[in-house]
Design a protein around this ligand. Structure first.
Ligand SMILES: Nc1ncnc2c1ncn2[C@@H]1O[C@H](COP(=O)(O)OP(=O)(O)O)[C@@H](O)[C@H]1O
Ligand SMILES: [Mg+2]
Length: 302
């Protein structure tokens, strides 16, 4: 007997959604709790014609961390990210995400591995002809076509709210937003599918220092609240110091060092020394030390 009080559409879509969510939840809890390294890259080679970008590059990303990825311009940070998410087929090497090879992510009955990560591409390109809400709905339409329209709108509104944007932003077009708001909207879209893993390619590029600091705080907060693991490409020293748990340095075609900034400073690689101990690196550190000293003296007064 059907419940006469139940909304008519509910019987239409709920069973499907619940079954799929259920399966996803199970996969999430079993795998996610066991896997120490959601991303494992070993012996990666990427080559375009004669031009070698990566040679024997290896990297492990720990569950729950924000890993900053740095390196000079053109060292292959974006290519590495594209390889991990399966958009760039490597010349050689192994890549595992959630313990599964990215070449062979499993059969059709399994949850599509692509639905378990979110990506904010360099430039954060939103579809300019779609509103912010419609942008956030794009991955939902692709991976969960069975979700009905009203529910999809609601999820989009929720994701937009999660990034701190005012409610009315849902109906706005990207061109009507500031750079910082566009980044937040792009972040909302990358969170559309409740990912476990987030890939951010230069998320503060083009923002003024205040906007960049706000975006950093948001990334850290969402990471902690949602239990995410984050692969964050940046050259923003503030971002590295403020929110990254560890930093991986790409130079000479591979990852030359991974660790906390303190650990990196203890190495004598010239690029690392120049980057973190050069004038800009020192300025960021001095500034942080000053801010901490002020905070301390104010704590004392309170
Ligand atoms: N599809 C491609 N075909 C040829 N060369 C490429 C391609 N994608 C990237 N490259 C080259 O690979 C190098 C690394 O690129 P990229 O990963 O974008 O650098 P970055 O570290 O600045 O993100 C660059 O020299 C770039 O020109
Ligand atoms: Mg890049």
């Amino acid at each position: 007997m059907s419940d006469p009080d139940a909304p008519p559409e509910a019987t239409h879509y709920e069973p499907k959604v619940i079954r799929r969510e259920d399966r996803r939840a199970r996969v999430k809890s079993e795998e996610h709790d066991q896997i120490e390294y959601p991303i494992v890259v070993e012996g990666l080679v990427n080559q375009f014609g004669d031009f070698v970008v990566h040679e024997d590059l290896s990297l492990k990303v720990r569950r729950g961390e924000i890993l900053g990825v740095v390196g000079g311009s053109g060292t292959g940070k974006s290519v590495l990210m594209r390889s991990i998410i399966g958009l760039q087929r490597p010349t050689a090497g192994q890549i595992e995400v959630f313990g599964r090879s990215i070449d062979d992510p499993g059969d059709d009955s399994e949850v599509d591995i692509r639905s378990r990560w979110g990506v904010l591409f360099q430039g954060g390109a939103l579809f300019s002809t779609l509103t912010v809400g419609e942008n956030v709905e794009v991955p939902l339409r692709e991976f969960y076509p069975e979700i009905d329209e009203e529910f999809r709108h609601e999820i989009a509104r929720f994701k937009v709210g999660l990034t701190g944007l005012p409610e009315e932003t849902v109906a706005k077009y990207p061109s009507e937003l500031s750079g910082g708001m566009r980044k937040r909207a792009a972040l909302a879209r990358s969170l559309a599918l409740d990912p476990e893993l987030l890939f951010l390619d230069e998320p503060t590029a083009g923002l003024d220092p205040i906007g960049a600091a706000a975006q950093d705080r948001l990334t850290r907060e969402l990471t902690d609240i949602l239990g995410l693991t984050v692969f964050l490409i940046t050259h923003d020293l503030d971002t590295l110091y403020e929110i990254c748990d560890r930093v991986a340095v790409i130079a000479d075609k591979h990852v030359i060092a991974v660790g906390t900034i303190e650990e990196l400073l203890a190495t004598d690689h010239p690029w690392i020394q120049e980057y973190f101990n050069g004038p800009r690196g020192r300025a960021v550190r001095d500034n942080r030390d000053r801010t901490k000293a002020v905070d301390k003296s104010q704590d004392g007064k309170a």
